[in-house]
Write a protein that binds this ligand. Structure first.
Ligand SMILES: [Zn+2]
Length: 453
């Protein structure tokens, strides 16, 4: 507990925008006092939707009335609320008619809309979180859909983050399971960072690493208790998610919180994947991405790289032209192909640069392998943790067939410039044989005899 407090205080100091964090039962009733300590005599305005207003907004409002603090009439989104540019315009338009500081009362969507609209109207904001559904509360940047495609738009994180554990325990259970999927990502994202560090592509920043990874095992360690809405487990979950956001603020990058597992989720977003008429949640797509990434990491760990022929791998590595042809075959013409070409070019390496990357992996393999083993959780164990938290643990549960998952592996390594286990497997020339194993009769997802979801 003490170590956790120290870790949080250090992360708050290093965070770029956020100055205050409280994760407590009943903290919503103290919002007015905290607002005043952050923003002085400025007027406040609550941003919510019908549900979050009832869950917490009304009590936040009452705290201002009790303390006789200035508060405008709340801005309440209708049922059309969606994290897109239209709703940002609607909110920014309303904010322009006054200069009150917004208090976002809600989870991912309301926080992202408020974060961007506050930035566009030149003011800070704070958030009262109503579910432990994702790691974006305290992150730099808002995830907003523009013209049908989802992007992270740069904008500052909230000045204060309040998470009321009483409210979070009342949130739909599935939302806290989403957050658990997003927190599980940090296990494999950490392993990807270890690989990128070893390859000399992106060095580990120790304090930022510690913020996310220092207590990760205790934050993810009680999946049943999260499914049962136990306050102490929810506190762990919120701490893990918020600390991931602080790490992203400190490094102005999502590297500390996102690796190959998020690339699966982003790919399915860009392909507008739906299941049973709905878009699966970010956390659930990421959870399946965690299993996909972990399976590839485990295949890598099962290999003996002591006699690996680096020169042969460098000779076999395709030119950028050849990769562009591969990308064209995988995606066909269009926006995805264009993006894949750009992202792949940004991380392309050949000749001596590629040789140096491979030497970083292969020549330190026994040490590196031990580090990865310590970082990762065995596949069956992690799959069981997802199941016990109420998350999907098989791709079919989010409408992804095994054949589609296999294609997704091949596609998603081109979709983002971040260097992950996907890039290591490709550069080592073991990617195809790894997929054969993962989808073969003894792998986690035998394609033979697959029952279609
Ligand atoms: Zn995420």
């Amino acid at each position: 507990m003490e170590m956790e407090q120290q870790l949080i205080e250090r992360a708050l100091k290093a965070a770029r925008d956020t100055r205050f964090l409280a994760v407590e039962q009943g903290i919503r009733h103290q919002t007015a006092g905290i607002f005043t300590s952050m923003f002085g005599p400025r007027e406040a305005v609550i941003i919510a939707d019908g549900n979050t207003y009832e869950a917490a907004g009304r009590d936040v409002e009452a705290s201002f009335v009790r303390e006789n603090r200035p508060l405008r009439k709340p801005f309440i989104f209708g049922p059309h609320i969606y994290a897109d540019d239209e709703c940002v315009r609607e909110l920014a338009g309303a904010l322009r008619s006054h200069d009150a500081i917004p208090i976002a009362v809600g989870s991912g969507t309301i926080n992202d809309l408020t974060k961007l609209a506050a930035h566009q109207t030149n003011r800070p904001y704070m958030v009262v979180g109503t579910a432990a559904s994702m790691d974006g509360y305290s992150a730099y940047g808002a995830s907003i859909t523009t013209a049908g495609s989802k992007d992270t738009v740069d904008c500052p994180a909230p000045m204060a983050v309040l998470a009321d554990l009483d409210v979070i325990a009342q949130a739909p259970k599935v939302m806290n399971a989403w957050g658990y999927g997003d927190l599980m990502a940090k296990v494999v994202a950490g392993a990807d960072w270890i690989l990128a560090d070893a390859a000399g592509v992106e060095a580990i920043n120790p304090p930022v690493w510690e913020t996310v990874q220092g207590l990760l095992r205790s934050w993810i360690g009680s999946p049943e208790a999260i499914a049962a809405n136990e306050p102490s487990a929810l506190r762990h979950l919120v701490h893990g998610l918020v600390m991931s956001g602080f790490a992203m603020q400190a490094s102005l990058s999502s590297r500390p919180a996102s690796g190959a597992e998020h690339q699966f989720s982003h790919l399915w977003d860009m392909q507008h994947h739906t299941f049973e008429g709905k878009t699966p949640s970010h956390g659930f797509k990421v959870g399946i991405g965690v299993l996909a990434s972990l399976a590839l990491h485990e295949d890598l760990l099962s290999r003996d790289l002591s006699s690996f022929d680096i020169d042969a791998a460098v000779r076999a590595w395709p030119s950028m032209d050849e990769l562009e042809q591969r990308i064209h075959r995988l995606f066909g013409p269009g926006a995805l192909e264009k993006r894949a070409n750009e992202e792949t070019r940004a991380k392309y390496a050949s000749g001596d640069a590629l040789r140096a990357q491979l030497r970083g992996i292969v020549e330190n393999w026994p040490e590196l392998r031990a580090k990865l083993l310590a970082q990762l959780i065995p596949f069956r164990e992690l799959q069981g943790m997802l199941r016990r938290a109420g998350c999907p643990f098989d791709p079919a549960q989010i409408g992804i067939s095994r054949a589609r998952l296999r294609t997704s592996y091949m596609q998603c390594c081109y979709m983002r410039r971040r260097f992950t286990v996907l890039d290591v497997a490709q550069r080592l020339g073991i990617f195809d044989s790894a997929l054969d194993k993962l989808f073969g009769p003894h792998g986690p997802w035998p394609i033979e005899g697959e029952v279609q979801p």
